[in-house]
Design a protein. Structure first.
Length: 198
């Protein structure tokens, strides 16, 4: 949280923009120059969104995320602050992204959607086994990408925030994992991206 009340949102965002390499470009072609232009016009929310979207093109330090979190909180943007906290966590622990297919209720799956903001913490079979040979299920939060939620029977890209990151480091793109709520499988996923701590 912000320690100096004299620092305002524009200053925090300008500090964050100064940390981004000039050659970083997001999927839409935006750069830090675009961020600065929005800052020049006091378009702070747009500048924050652009900055947070630039995280895919470089490896930002936690201090950068802290600036974005403080900015979002000062502007009362709870969803943006939640995403920046997630990005900060990934900077420390690494990224695990997967394409998740939830089973339908008829297949024994969930009856309600998965909320998209890292609230749900289901169990996952990532291939580990107990001494008795049973699946060693691990807990991970889910962030649904590009949607507010993932409905039963649907497929979508998700980010996984493990509560035990070192136990997930063996995962590679293309590997299957399963989602559980209790012992039954409620979803199947294929890993699409992994990285160790940034």
């Amino acid at each position: 949280m912000l320690n100096n009340p004299q620092v305002d949102v524009a200053d925090l965002l300008a500090q964050a923009a100064a940390m981004v390499p000039t050659d970083v470009v997001n999927e839409a072609g935006a750069t830090v120059a675009d961020v600065r232009e929005y800052l020049d016009h006091d378009e702070w929310e747009v500048a924050l969104d652009l900055l947070a979207d630039l995280d895919m093109s470089w490896r930002p330090p936690t201090a950068w995320w802290d600036l974005l979190i403080d900015s979002a909180e000062l502007m009362w943007l709870s969803d943006a602050a939640a995403w920046c906290r997630w990005g900060r966590w990934e900077s420390i622990h690494g990224i695990v992204r997967a394409e998740l297919r939830l089973l339908s209720p008829a297949e024994g799956g969930r009856r309600t959607p998965i909320p998209g903001k890292g609230i749900l913490r289901p169990l996952w079979d990532v291939g580990r086994r107990t001494a008795a040979g049973n699946p060693d299920l691990l807990v991970a939060r889910i962030w649904v990408e590009s949607a507010p939620a993932l409905p039963p029977g649907a497929t979508g890209s998700v980010r996984l925030g493990s509560l035990s990151p070192p136990l997930w480091r063996h995962l590679q793109p293309g590997m299957p994992i399963t989602m559980h709520e209790g012992l039954p499988t409620v979803g199947t996923a294929t890993i699409i991206e992994t990285s160790n701590a940034r």
